[in-house]
Every structure is written in structure tokens, then in C-alpha cells.
Design a binder for this molecule. Structure first.
Ligand code: GDP
Length: 444
């Protein structure tokens, strides 16, 4: 999902490459492109407006960090604003002080409620809970049987209108009373000491007054601790209208986005939270019961930006790099005048930022780089320092002149072998090549 949006945003960031600073015209143009990207991804207009206003204000504001170049600044701001519209903090389930905790599921038919009931039950069971599934969708043919199937897959008990009936005979249908089933289900959970009850309710193909009324009656009968509004992320802009209808008709404490695996646009995900004010709590990403997880706004934003852990790196860079160092280094990285002194300085900066291996793992597409520098450890930094400090200033500034006899002299001076010196020089040229290609990639 989010491929179109990711691609578009990547294009915006590439456009900022090599800019020394952002002029008001640059900010306007960037904001306009981000706006188009969001609209194309089906993000609701009011959400887009607010997003763009925030980006513009922050990009021209005083808060800009000197440790980052304009492309990084914009990535950082967009990331933080994405996290904000996705809800900021991860919102976890709230459990009742006196069990059972009652979780009611609501949403349109086909949204993925029944599947979700099984996923949630499996997930809760994995955390040591003892959930009971209650089949209160008596509308959709087969919904009860389907819940029994997912319940079995999850290894969780299902409370159905006729619990004695395990023959697979059709027991669902508009004849039953879902309110009574729900109430009895909660009573059953209390009696059998289940600590969580998940009530699967009926949906219709569209928003419908009867369905809303039924859901509201179930809500009143079971007094849920959480009402989760389940919404198919593939329905685009309709997700927002549906969410508003459920908010007004039943109310909900959290949102579950389903079918996130299928959508290239996914603007619904970016709009629902902002429009309804309710947090997105879970995300479903496939038909299997395991395709399910807690929704983390920060991880989702990172995924949309397609930046791997580049964002973490930006954060750390900001904390560690001093302004001067960072600016000079960024300028040098881009060019061929990256010297052995810079190489050493960089290694020392990296050392300050934490274990070098971990750091390399954070760079997107750093596979080949990781391999090339796999052997770099902290002791290596010290050895490198010894070798480079045995070079003349001329050699450090212009490593091409380091010929065989110079290498021998440097080896003697630093107490290293000639092959260690060779290795370092080789690595330097390799790193320089990689630095300049990375600098291009990230607009440094
Ligand atoms: P309900 O009517 O709301 O109970 O919806 P169902 O649980 O029956 O789901 C409707 C269809 O969507 C089923 O075919 C599910 O297998 C499918 N489905 C549910 N969640 C997901 C998901 O996250 N990804 C994909 N690809 N399919 C899903």
C-alpha cells in the first residue's frame, strides 16, 4: 500500500537535492507537490489542507535544525506531521478493571469484522488472555459458521446462538436476536471466567438506519469497554463518510484498518483518525489470522516515506553532529574532495553515534555498503587513526599520491603492516565512491 504516495513524496525530496537552503518559493512549490501527492492517494481534503498548512509553517519557521540539509528538513517535518495525523502515540487496548473486558466490533459488511474477531482473539490469546468470541452477526448468511471456523483456527471458544449446534447446519439468519446473544455471551464469559469478550456484530453493505439501531442496542446491552470500528482501507474516500456515520450512530473508541495489504493509495488510513478523532488501534494486512498487528503511527509514517530507518539516522545525526561539522561534512560528501582526514573525522563521528554496525543497518539499501564495511569496529577506528596520523598532510589531502614506498614508510611509522595500510587506502577510495553516491541519493 501507499506506493503511489511513497513514490510521489520520494520525488518531492529528490527535487530538493543539492539546495543550500529553502527559499519561500521552494517551500511553496514543495507544499504544492506534497498536496497533489496526498490528494492522489485519496486523503480527505480537510486533512490535506491542515497537513499542508503545518508543513508550510514549519518549513519557513525558526525551528529548522542546522544539522540537516533542506531535503532532510522536509523529510523530518513531513514525517512528524504524518505521525501526528495518524494519531501520534500508539493507542493500546484498555482492559476493564473487573473482567471481562468487552470489545464490540462494528462496521460495514465485508469490512473484515469476522476475520478480525479471529485475529484479535488469536492475538489476545498469545498474550495470555482467555478471550470468548460472541457471534452476534445474525444478518449475513454464514457469519456464525465463519466465526466458528476462525475461532477454531485461533483456538478460542465461540459463543453462538445455539452453542450446542456443532453440526455445521445453518444456524444464522435474520430470525435470531443479536442483542440477546450478545448479552448472553457476556454472561457466559463471566460464568466461564473468560477475561475478554469480543462481540462480532452485523454490518450491511451500506450505512443503514436499522443496522445502526441494532448496533446501538447491542452497545447498550453489553456496555463495551472498547468499540472498534472496522473499516476496509480499500474503499477510499468512502471510509471517511462511513466512519462519520458510525461515529454518530454508535460511537467508537478505536479504529481498525483492514486490507492494508491491498491498497496502493490508502488515503483512508491517513484521514480516518483526523476526521473522527478516534485512534487507529490495529491494522490488518491479509486474510490469514496472523496478518494483524497493533498500529504504530510512527512505523506507518516511516513506511509511507519509504525511508527504512533513515529517519532514525536523521534523528541521531541531529543529536550528535555539531552544526559546523555536519555542514562541512555534507558539503564534502557530495564532492571528490573528501580526504583521509575527513574519513577519519567521519569514522570518529560515527563512533560517537553508536556501534558502527548498527548504524549501517539503518541506512536503506545499505546492503553492499554494510558488506564493504562489515569489519569496521571501534578498534578499527583506532587503527585507522594511527595509520592516517602517520601520513603527511599532503598525503591525507591527496591520497592518490600514496605509492608503494610511502606505504612502507606509513606502515613503519604507525606500527602496522603494509597490507593494513593498503587495506585502509583501498577502503577509503571505496567509501568515497559510496559516500558520493549516497550523497546523491539523499540530496546531501
Ligand atoms: P465482515 O463481513 O465484516 O465480517 O467481513 P469478513 O471478515 O467476512 O471479511 C470479508 C472478506 O475480506 C473475506 O474474504 C476476508 O478473507 C477478507 N479480508 C478480511 N481482512 C482482510 C485483510 O486484511 N486483507 C485481505 N486481503 N483480505 C481480508
Amino acid at each position: 500500500m501507499f506506493e503511489t504516495l511513497s513514490d510521489r513524496l520520494a520525488g518531492v525530496f529528490t527535487g530538493l537535492r543539492g539546495k543550500g537552503r529553502l527559499s519561500p518559493a521552494d517551500i511553496d512549490a514543495t507544499a504544492r507537490e506534497i498536496r497533489i501527492a496526498l490528494l492522489e492517494a485519496d486523503v480527505a481534503l480537510p486533512v490535506v489542507r491542515q497537513f499542508i498548512a503545518a508543513i508550510k509553517e514549519r518549513a519557513s519557521g525558526e525551528e529548522l535544525s542546522q544539522a540537516l540539509n533542506p531535503a532532510q528538513q522536509v523529510i523530518k517535518i513531513v514525517n512528524e506531521e504524518l505521525i501526528a495525523i495518524l494519531g501520534g502515540e500508539t493507542r493500546r487496548l484498555e482492559f476493564a478493571k473487573t473482567p471481562p473486558t468487552v470489545i464490540m466490533l462494528a462496521g460495514l459488511q465485508g469490512a473484515g469484522k469476522t476475520t478480525l474477531a479471529g485475529k484479535l482473539a488469536r492475538w489476545l490469546k498469545g498474550q495470555g488472555h482467555t478471550p470468548l468470541l460472541v457471534a452476534a452477526d445474525l444478518q449475513r448468511p454464514n457469519a456464525v459458521t465463519q466465526l466458528q471456523v476462525v475461532g477454531e483456527q485461533a483456538g478460542v471458544t465461540v459463543f453462538a446462538p445455539d452453542p450446542g449446534n456443532t453440526s455445521g447446519v445453518e444456524i444464522s439468519g435474520p430470525g435470531g436476536d443479536p442483542v440477546a446473544v450478545s448479552r448472553n455471551g457476556v454472561a457466559e464469559a463471566k460464568a466461564k471466567l473468560h477475561d475478554v469478550v469480543i462481540v462480532d456484530t452485523a454490518g450491511r453493505l451500506g450505512v443503514d438506519a436499522d443496522m445502526m439501531q441494532q448496533a446501538a442496542s447491542i452497545r447498550d446491552a453489553v456496555d463495551p469497554d472498547e468499540i472498534l470500528f472496522v473499516v476496509d482501507a480499500m474503499i477510499g474516500q468512502d471510509a471517511v463518510t462511513t466512519a462519520e456515520a458510525f461515529r454518530d450512530g454508535v460511537g467508537f473508541t478505536g479504529v481498525v484498518l483492514t486490507k492494508l495489504d491491498g491498497d496502493a493509495r490508502g488515503g483512508a488510513a491517513l484521514s480516518v483518525r483526523q476526521v473522527t478523532g478516534a485512534p487507529i488501534m490495529f491494522a490488518s494486512t491479509g486474510e490469514k489470522l496472523s496478518d494483524f498487528d497493533t498500529f504504530h503511527p510512527d512505523r506507518m509514517a516511516a513506511r509511507i516515506l519509504g525511508m527504512g530507518d533513515m529517519l532514525t539516522l536523521i534523528e541521531q545525526a541531529e543529536q550528535v553532529f555539531e552544526q559546523q561539522e555536519a555542514e562541512e561534512m555534507a558539503a564534502k560528501l557530495a564532492g571528490d574532495d573528501f580526504t583521509l582526514d575527513d574519513f577519519l573525522q567521519q569514522m570518529q563521528m560515527l563512533k560517537r553515534m553508536g556501534p558502527i554496525g548498527g548504524l549501517l543497518g539503518m541506512l536503506p539499501g545499505a546492503g553492499q555498503m554494510k558488506e564493504a564495511l562489515a569489519n569496521v569496529d571501534d578498534r578499527d577506528v583506532d587503527r585507522t587513526a594511527a595509520i592516517i596520523q602517520s601520513m603527511t598532510p599532503e598525503e591525507r589531502a591527496n591520497p592518490k599520491i600514496i605509492n608503494a614506498s610511502r606505504r612502507q614508510r606509513i606502515a613503519r611509522g604507525s606500527g602496522m603492516t603494509v597490507s593494513q595500510v593498503n587495506g585502509l587506502v583501498e577502503r577509503f577510495f571505496e567509501a568515497r565512491k559510496m559516500m558520493s553516491s549516497m550523497a546523491g541519493q539523499f540530496g546531501m
